[in-house]
Design a binder for this molecule. Sequence first.
Ligand code: ARG
Ligand code: ZN
Length: 844
Amino acid sequence: QTIYLADYTPYGFIIDSVALQFDLDPHITRVKSAIAFHPNPEATDPTFLLNGENLKLISAKIDGKPVTPKFTAEGLTCDVPDGPFLWEAEVEIDPTGNTALEGLYMSNGMYCTQCEAEGFRKITYYPDRPDVMAVFTVTINGPHPVLLSNGNPISTDTHSAQWHDPWPKPAYLFALVAGDLVAHPGSFTTKSGRDVALNLYVRPGDEGKCAFGMQALKDSMKWDEEVYGREYDLDLFNIVAVDDFNMGAMENKGLNVFNSSAVLASPATSTDMNFERIEAIIAHEYFHNWTGNRITCRDWFQLCLKEGLTVFRDSQFTSDMRSAPVKRIGDVIDLRARQFPEDQGPLAHPVRPASFQEINNFYTATVYEKGAEVIGMLKSLVGDQAYSDAVDLYFDRHDGQACTIEDWLKVFEDTTSRDLTQFKRWYSQAGTPCLSVTEDWDHGKLTLNFKQHTPPSAATPDPQPQVLPIAVGLIDQDGDEVEPTVVLEMTQAEQSFVFDNLGTRPIASVLRGFSAPVVLTQDLSDADRAHLLAHDTDPFNRWEQGRILARKSLIAMILEGKNPNKDWLQGIRAVIGDEHLDPAYRALMLGLPSQSELARALAEDGHTPDPDIIYAAVETTSDAMAKSYANLVPTLYMRHTVTEAYQPNAAQSGKRALANAALSLLTRTDGGTAAQKQYDAADNMTQQLNALANLIRVGKGSTALQVFEAQWRNDRLVMDKWFGLQVTEADPEDAHEVVETLTKHADFNWKNPNRFRSVLGAFAANHAGFHHASGAGYRLLADWLIKLDPVNPQTTARMCSAFQTWKRYDANRQDMIKTELDRILAQPKLSRDTKEMLTRIRGA
Ligand code: ARG
Ligand code: ZN
């Protein structure tokens, strides 16, 4: 059953108050609800409909009198009086049997909830839609030391707690946590003087992994006050870490619930990348308090309203806390790795989809990351001041409301008097625009001729030109910037822009900062690119030119057997040896395009990618780098090996990133000696794990893997790394066997999403291993998806995207993949989640 954006109608009733009582039991939890309704004067459909799923109804009353509701596919309906009335119900649910991890479920003996998007209907009968907002009072009865819900506690006894959340909220922001937990406390005083108690609740044993998350929370609270003028609005803010969680984290009002991997950190157990990700996710969930909770979404089609904006806000935060260019480059790498394949394949959908079957399938890179890019474009078009004015108006005008993208764009139109009709296409059209630029030079006059074209897709068969902010600067032959960045605003399919009064012919640095999420084609010579790599003042484009040269060199090797491009090797060498540059930035310069990115680039040019040849080309190129930089690498490694006590800050982690990039080149020439030394000496996970990866790569990992396992056997998050790394670093030839062995390991608890992803997710990302010519990889993943689907449809459906690029590959592989897609689709009782994903991927 497909749901359409165009069919939106308001709910027939308004809720005056909600009272819930939970009598907790692992198998038979009783939920009593008392909900006061009155008719919504703005509604056209007066049907009283409550959503409900997997609930056992014990009793139902209206105004105290028992009623017999009619059950429907979605929940129930009931005749109701004309005016206000009180609905009271009691239902029974089974938290232990809830392996889908949606609604109220158990994780390691603790109770927790996940209600976004439509999980509240698995807790009780309720109008489970984001435009129905209400004030909740919650009573929890159960024999647990910690009993938590949203808002402020109004009473706590030994086995009972009562909570009241004064802010009206949709049901998807409801949360309940109960268990034997310990709190890591903190506090924050808001700029207007409100004292907020902060707690990070964890299982006993994890207390030592809380300090960093707590600091990140305080930093986020401060940042949102300073940059967006947003203050926290309750006396209490709680975060809970749970081991079994489908996603990263959830912004429930006053009670954020986190996947433990997204909040728990310590130097011994977490890498620099883990720390940075945790800081960003804590910020993200905290920022939702305004962009998501105080102002929420009218319906789930508007998901990007809160997610695109909140991702944009968390990337601004990370840019301020750490290095802005490094963050930007990382975001673009991620966008190309996850969003581009989605936007260019069978799962393509607009940032605001027009229809869906299962909303959980639309928590995508397009909604989140492209959604954030769209906000970034809006900001660069209107300018920083206008952006800030418009956002202030958004908070003023819409506080307490459930809004749409139209509301969001209107505050920009009202503050800037711009017409955003065409810009709105970014929300309604799927597909990545292709932008090409050619140049004319005529006596001091440079003309840039742009053309844009978005390939049609099932979601958008007839794409129209987008508004593209194209940031451009000009660099002359001496390496000086003769024209600082200007943002050109392209609105037509073809459009030219002129730069006049130039002396000699400069080189155009186009799409600085990746100012629009497009695929750019620019007819620059390799020499011009090398010049920009050496001299561009825009750090993103400097990196980008190196990346393009690397890609061209790799593709020439793949298609024509050419040797690595010498100018590129030289150009990168100059940058990585430049001690004036940030080590983190230099580490990025040593990166190569991923194998799947190369496959995409080849397919884009009409070639059929061969995963084995791509793998070999990347290996050969890495060896060539190791050889060519052989006399620089040991110095790079030594100079950036951190000897002070471990700090997860940007400065130290940048040094470690460069040292570890150097180590992987060094390992290619020293056979693992330095890596073994680093492994033995490591006192932090970044050093330990990088050393281990290098040892595995040269076939010398077996002892270290055993030592590692013995050391970390009891730490679930570290063991996820142990599982994952063996798959990531596996030789493609036997990757599927490595996976099979690991899935037989006693600690391979496949019902835990983190563990499942650490093996099967890593496998799908081992490009040549997964695409093994025998088809063994496809079969293996399909077997596991079939096994997981009845247990956890959400995580299964997400992982189906491993197959989304299947049309790129040769007929043989396509046939084998199709066989697997059909085999999964033929399973009786396949979940709606997985069925929708596979049907879209497979196509007609
Ligand atoms: N709103 C959460 C976040 O962005 C994600 C929750 C998604 N949950 C889901 N079941 N789809 O942090
Ligand atoms: Zn979010």
